[in-house]
Design a protein around this ligand. Structure first.
Ligand SMILES: Nc1nc2c(c(=O)[nH]1)N[C@@H](CN(C=O)c1ccc(C(=O)N[C@@H](CCC(=O)O)C(=O)O)cc1)CN2
Length: 296
């Protein structure tokens, strides 16, 4: 039987609608969550994502400002802007869009952000909190993957989970979140021996390697839940202006074997921005000492 197709677009729309209700309640009590997004340079995909972040934050009733800086911006200029946003009480979340242009150090940039406003969950304090089981602001894409997994599977206890990819933004925090959900977790990467066999053992397979169509249909355990985090643009076919968007998983083959699978586009991607909004509300409530959930 073909797999259940996990509709991340619909799930994200539902989450954003619930957040809009919550924000309305908070605004009535004088707390308007504020998001500041910094984009350095002109990466075309980043421009699209940043525009969507601003639009969706505003649609949810939040205050949102985007700072667009030229690619030649120096580290000191970026540090100074982050310093001003750290001190601004109307700003509860700060995000620096990645990747950064060459010459800017992403570690230094992330470390300049006040950990209480680190809605990307990348600051060493956030990373440490997640690893040690303390309340943490969690990176948006893995947080979205967990929401989808819990929606499809409920309790994940005891599941054998494989994460392919070890980035700070996705693979590493995803491994931590699955571990916290009582899965038995393996994190694989480009140097893993016999990746196909590792995949075949997984009840939950999270592909975040950034390699188009890398995971083949016969790598998937029958009935497994497959979360495809890859967003890769293939070269255009003759006569096409743009190439097709594909994930890290060969979707057409995988859906014949998996129990459930996320498509690309329309799977994990839309969850990233919804979870950014959720993290911004979370940061605002923590700063104001407001307990969440009463207004939703
Ligand atoms: N500071 C950060 N930088 C980046 C992050 C991040 O979480 N924090 N993630 C990605 C980009 N990203 C958000 O920033 C993002 C990626 C994809 C989508 C999305 O909705 N994708 C759609 C397809 C979009 C398309 O047509 O290209 C989908 O998968 O359906 C949203 C946000 C890297 N940088």
């Amino acid at each position: 039987m073909p797999a259940h197709i996990i509709d991340g677009k619909a799930f994200s729309a539902g989450l954003r609608a619930r957040l809009a209700d919550e924000v309305k309640g908070l605004a009535g009590r004088g707390l308007v969550p504020g998001l500041a997004v910094i984009l350095v340079g002109e990466d075309p995909a980043s421009q699209v994502y940043v525009r969507s972040k601003e639009r969706m934050a505003r649609e949810a009733g939040m205050a949102s400002t985007t700072y667009r800086l030229p690619a030649e911006t120096t580290q000191a200029e970026l540090d100074a802007l982050i310093g001003r946003l750290n001190a601004d009480e109307a700003v509860h979340g700060i995000l620096v869009q990645l990747p950064l242009p060459a010459g800017l150090d992403p570690h230094r940039v992330v470390e300049a952000i006040d950990p209480a406003k680190d809605v990307d969950g990348l600051h060493p304090v956030s990373v440490g909190n997640l690893a040690s089981g303390a309340p943490a602001l969690v990176p948006c894409t893995p947080k979205g993957c967990m929401m989808l997994l819990r929606d499809v599977l409920g309790d994940l206890t005891g599941a054998r989970a494989l994460v392919v990819g070890r980035s700070n933004l996705m693979g590493k925090p995803m491994g931590q979140l699955l571990l916290a959900a009582n899965c038995t977790v393996t994190v694989a990467h480009s140097r893993t021996r016999d990746l196909a066999e590792e995949c075949r053992r997984a009840d939950i397979l999270v592909a975040a390697a950034g390699r188009p169509l890398m995971v083949k249909g016969d790598w998937i355990k029958p009935g497994a839940t497959v979360i495809d985090v890859g967003i890769n643009r293939l070269p255009p076919e003759p006569g096409q202006e743009k190439g097709r968007l594909v994930g890290d998983v060969d979707f057409d083959a995988a859906k014949e074997v998996a129990g459930a699978i996320t498509p690309v586009p329309g799977g994990v991607g839309p969850m990233t921005i919804a979870c950014l909004l959720d993290n911004t509300v979370e940061a605002a409530c923590r700063m104001a000492g407001v307990e969440r959930g009463r207004d939703a």
